[in-house]
Design a protein around this ligand. Structure first.
Ligand code: ZN
Length: 77
């Protein structure tokens, strides 16, 4: 058994706690990035022909309505 002082033990305990917090932070950040990135990178479109509101990939100027196939531009607020 390795003898350690109370201060060293407290320091090791503190480092393990901080490491655990950073580990959980990195884990949940990585998981959420993979889960929600597809949803975050969508834009809302409103079909002027049939009135349907739908979401499609961000970055495209026009999107085809899934109901009537009319080309719509994205909503601007
Ligand atoms: Zn439509």
């Amino acid at each position: 058994m390795i003898p350690i002082s109370l201060a060293d033990g407290f320091f090791i305990y503190l480092i393990l706690g901080i490491g655990m917090v950073f580990g959980l932070w990195a884990y949940y950040d990585f998981r959420d990035k993979n889960l929600y990135q597809a949803e975050r990178s969508k834009t809302v479109y409103h079909c002027v022909k049939c009135g349907k509101i739908y979401a499609d990939k961000m970055g495209v100027k026009q999107s085809n309505c899934p109901r009537c196939k009319f080309k719509n531009t994205h909503l601007q607020f």
